[in-house]
Structure formats: structure tokens, C-alpha cells
Design a protein around this ligand. Structure first.
Ligand code: AMP
Length: 464
């Protein structure tokens, strides 16, 4: 069974599925939705990109009764970025059910506005464990009516030290609820959490057929510490000039300060590179994610935790500037490339001191690591590392009733740009981002400054 219409779903949900253009269920959905809709607990091994969000989103929306003003579904996520993404996905699925109230409650955000929006119980809360626990403790959030608890990316939540918070939350919500646990990896600790919080769960593991298995080519490169940056620049340039031009790359560093240093150095060398880590203001982080997703950043340098928020289906190239501390993290990193039929390349730089970590990975892989010799030569003349797009920011957003169509209209009007030169448009509460073909970005900027958007003049700037 792969058709959504075979499932006992509310017509409003089937309508959303159709509007989203989902023709058939993904394997995770096909295996997990029937038991979830039957009320069973489910533990599913599912990666980002597998369609897991829609799987638990549909299931929880099927369970809630919008006419009862009570918290009925709680989704716990490891990061704010993921919580935002999950909230967005559930809102889309709920688009045809009137009056569903969903709140996103994450740490790192001021408490006041969250308390204000909790004056009436939402039906659904999506949040990070620490903050959700805090609200339950304070009594600003009421867990007594929860029917469905979702643990999304449970392995990451454990990595981030949220095990205790999760246990405490489970102790504070309705005793009888359904628990849906999603995790990319099935470590022993995940089994232990499942045993603590689930009842007779249905186990969903998707065997990826060899023909569909993502093709990931791994390479390990031995470098001197002082050569790491040259090696990185060379690898990025070389891989970019190949026949299959690799337009974007994700570079991992183990420490935040190195993320900044590497991004700055790449920028100095002419790459469209940006840094992403947890020390940054939320607004700056959002901006970086927008710029990477709309292709105006070619190289994103990030810590493992920060990279979790990336909603990019398949990156052509992933580089570990520092080798991951453990094999699990390494597996997560390389899993960011080569999804669903696309070939990906994962390169890991290794210094002599880091060699034991490579040996650990080798043991887990149970096969010899593919080492590659790299001769570091003089930098090439041609700059292939510029992103194809550039981002313009408009200091107006949803609060000004600005919609993507208004921006598109202002840019494509008479004597304007062709639609093909305009990329992704993201509208936030108070600002909007639009990607423009790099060569035409200045022209677009002038046009937006000279003209009007929706009959008004807003401040517009170009980023980078
Ligand atoms: P996720 O694994 O939840 O991060 O989802 C990955 C992407 O797949 C999201 O962009 C979804 O909108 C999309 N998606 C989810 N379910 C389906 C489906 N049945 N058919 C096509 N796309 C889907």
C-alpha cells in the first residue's frame, strides 16, 4: 500500500497532501502510518529527507480534536531550527483543518512572549526539551490532555544531553499517550529510551535497496595542521571545477571559533562562504540558513549542532575540516550528502594527531579507509567558488502584509527582470529575502530602491 487515500485520514488531511503534491507515501510513511493511525507506539529509524515529519505530523493531526481547547500533541526536537521546520511542515498539513493552534516553544528565546501566547492552551506544541520542561514545571503548559508525544531526532536529543529533560517531561504529561520516536541511528541508548517511554512499540526500519542507496564516495586526506586551509581551498576548487560542478559544500569544524576563522579565511580567498554556529544571534543564524538555501552562499562552515537545522535535501560535497570526535557524528556528517539517487562526496581531513579518530571510524566501517594523497599546489587563477545568486534584504515582512508575490511583481514589472533570474523568496515577520542571479543583483537593488513594493518604499540592502 503506497497511496495516502488508502489510509483512514480526515478528508482535510488528504486535501493538504494533495495540495502539497505528495503523490505516494515514502517508505517510512508507508510503514509507520498504519500502526501510528491505529494508535500504536512506533519507533522508526528515519533520516532527514525520508518524509518522517509528514508521517508523525499526519498522525498527530488525525488524533487531535480542534474543538477541545487543550494541549493534545507535543513534539520534542533537538534544536530551534528543527522545531521551526517541523512547525512549518505541520502547519502546512493542518492548512485545511480550521482553528488548529500550534505553538513553537524553544530555548534561547525570551520567555515573556511565550507565556503570553500560552494564556490559551494550544492544541500542538513543538519545542526543545529544556524549554518545554520549564513551561510544564511552571504550570504555563498543561500536559494532562496530551494524546501524542513525538521524539524527533531522538539520537541528537540524547547527544545534546536532553535525556533527563525528556524523562521529566514524560513524568509530567498524561499517563496514557501514544509515543512516536524517530531517530537516524539506533544506538543502545535509543533502545533504552524507547524501553522507558514506549509501550510495545512497532519497529520501523527501512532497508534501503542497493539500487536506491545514496551513493556516497568517501575520501580521507592526511594533512599537516598548517596545511589544512590550503587543502580545504584546493579541494573546494578542484571539486567545483569537475564535470559535475559541485555548487555547494558544507564544511564541518569541531569548534565554534574555528568555524569563524575558516569561514573568514575562505571569504578572504574569494569564496562565498558563511559561518554557522550556536554563538550567533538567532537572526543572523536564520539569515545564514536563508542564504545557503537560496544558493547565495557556496560554502557553509558549521558546527555539528548548528548544521542540524539545515533543510537541504542533498549536498554534493561535505568536508570535515576537523575529523569528527566519534564515528556516529562522522556518519551524520556524511549523511548530509548523496541523498536519494544523487552521488555525494564526503572528504575528511586528518592530521597525524587525529589519526586515532580515523582508526575508530575504520573499525566501525569494518573496511579500509579510502585514503587520498593530495598535493597542495599554488592556488588556481579562476574563481569557481562564487555562489550563483546574491541575496537582497527588504526591511518589511508579514507584519507589513508583504507576500512573495508582491516582491516578484516589483521585480518583474515593466522593464524589470525575468522570472528565471529571481530565486527563492523568504518572507519573515519583519524582513524578507530574495535571491537574484549574481550578475543582476545590482540592477535588482536599484530597481527596488527606485520603485515601490505594494505602493510603498521599504529599505532594501544587498548581503555579502
Ligand atoms: P523530512 O524527512 O520530514 O525532512 O521530509 C523531507 C521532504 O520530503 C520534505 O520537503 C517534505 O515536504 C517531502 N515529503 C514528505 N513526504 C512526501 C511524500 N509522500 N511525497 C513527496 N515528498 C514528500
Amino acid at each position: 500500500m503506497t497511496a495516502f487515500t488508502d489510509l483512514p485520514l480526515k478528508p482535510a488531511l488528504l486535501a493538504s497532501i494533495q495540495a502539497l503534491g505528495y503523490a505516494a507515501m515514502t517508505p517510512v510513511q508507508a510503514q509507520s502510518l498504519p500502526p501510528m493511525l491505529a494508535g500504536r507506539d512506533v519507533i522508526a529509524q528515519a533520516q532527514t529527507g525520508s518524509g518522517k515529519t509528514a508521517a508523525f505530523g499526519l498522525s498527530l493531526l488525525q488524533s487531535i480534536d480542534p474543538e477541545t481547547i487543550r494541549l493534545q500533541a507535543l513534539v520534542l526536537c533537538p534544536t530551534r531550527e528543527l522545531a521551526d521546520q517541523v512547525s512549518k511542515a505541520i502547519r502546512k498539513l493542518a492548512a485545511n483543518i480550521p482553528n488548529v493552534k500550534l505553538l513553537t516553544l524553544c530555548g534561547g528565546m525570551p520567555l515573556g512572549p511565550q507565556l503570553a501566547s500560552l494564556s490559551h492552551d494550544p492544541h500542538i506544541v513543538v519545542g526543545t526539551p529544556g524549554r518545554v520542561q520549564e513551561h510544564l514545571k511552571r504550570g504555563s503548559l498543561h500536559g494532562g490532555g496530551i494524546k501524542v508525544l513525538v521524539l524527533d531526532e531522538a539520537d541528537r536529543m540524547l547527544d545534546m544531553g536532553f535525556a533527563e529533560a525528556i524523562d521529566d517531561i514524560v513524568g509530567r504529561i498524561a499517563k496514557h499517550h501514544q509515543t512516536l520516536l524517530f531517530s537516524a541511528t539506533y544506538a543502545q541508548e535509543i533502545r533504552a529510551v524507547s524501553a522507558r517511554v514506549q509501550r510495545d512499540p512497532v519497529d520501523v526500519t527501512i532497508e534501503t535497496p542497493a539500487s536506491q542507496a545514496p551513493a556516497i564516495e568517501q575520501r580521507f586526506v592526511m594533512v599537516e595542521p598548517a596545511q589544512k586551509l590550503d587543502a580545504l581551498a584546493q579541494l573546494l576548487t578542484a571539486e567545483r571545477s569537475g564535470a559535475a560542478a559541485r555548487e555547494q559544500a558544507l564544511v564541518f569544524c569541531n569548534m565554534r571559533k574555528d568555524v569563524d576563522a575558516v569561514a573568514q579565511e575562505l571569504d578572504r580567498r574569494g569564496f562565498s562562504a558563511l559561518a554557522l554556529h550556536g554563538d550567533m544571534e538567532q537572526r543572523d543564524r536564520d539569515e545564514v540558513l536563508v542564504r545557503f538555501a537560496n544558493r547565495s552562499c557556496a560554502v557553509l562552515v558549521a558546527t555539528d549542532v548548528a548544521a542540524r537545522g539545515l533543510d537541504i535535501v542533498a549536498l554534493p560535497l561535505v568536508v570535515s575540516f576537523d575529523i569528527a570526535h566519534d564515528p556516529d557524528t562522522h556518519t551524520h556528517r556524511i549523511g548530509r550528502t548523496g541523498r536519494a539517487g544523487e552521488t555525494g562526496l564526503a572528504i575528511t581531513l586528518v592530521t597525524a594527531r587525529e589519526k586515532p579518530k580515523a582508526d575508530n571510524i575504520e573499525q566501525v566501517l569494518a573496511s579500509a579507509l579510502p585514503w587520498q594523497a593530495l598535493k597542495i599546489g599554488p592556488a588556481r587563477g579562476k574563481l569557481l567558488q562564487l555562489a550563483p545568486m546574491k541575496t537582497l534584504v527588504i526591511d518589511a515582512g508579514r507584519q507589513d502584509k508583504l507576500r512573495p508575490g508582491d516582491i516578484l511583481g516589483a521585480l518583474t514589472g515593466d522593464a524589470g527582470l525575468a522570472a528565471k533570474d529571481i530565486g527563492k523568496i523568504d518572507v519573515f515577520a519583519t524582513r524578507a529575502y530574495v535571491a537574484i542571479s549574481r550578475d543582476l543583483a545590482n540592477k535588482a537593488l536599484e530597481r527596488l530602491r527606485a520603485g515601490r513594493i505594494k505602493g510603498r518604499n521599504f529599505r532594501v540592502r544587498s548581503l555579502g
